[in-house]
Ligand binder design. Structure first.
Ligand SMILES: [Zn+2]
Length: 75
């Protein structure tokens, strides 16, 4: 399953959750403060050396588009 990054509005911390695509918009409890006022961060993670050459158009197998989530098997 893809890894999604969330930001907590209550305490400002960021955390990651491995969720199915359909569950990614559900509220995720913050591991630090246990609040559920969390926001899914859609920005692609910074990958030095990948974005500049135009070879970053890799398509996510989960969403069918370039969503920036880590590809399965790339870890
Ligand atoms: Zn929090």
């Amino acid at each position: 399953m893809p890894l999604y990054e969330y930001s907590c509005h209550a305490c400002g911390s960021a955390f990651e959750r491995r969720l199915s695509f359909s569950n990614r918009l559900q509220a995720q409890a913050c591991p630090k403060c246990d609040e559920t006022e969390t926001e899914l961060l859609m920005s692609a993670p910074a990958r030095p050396g990948v974005t500049a050459g135009g070879q970053a158009a890799s398509v996510c197998p989960s969403t069918g588009q370039s969503c920036g989530c880590p590809m399965p098997g790339m870890n």
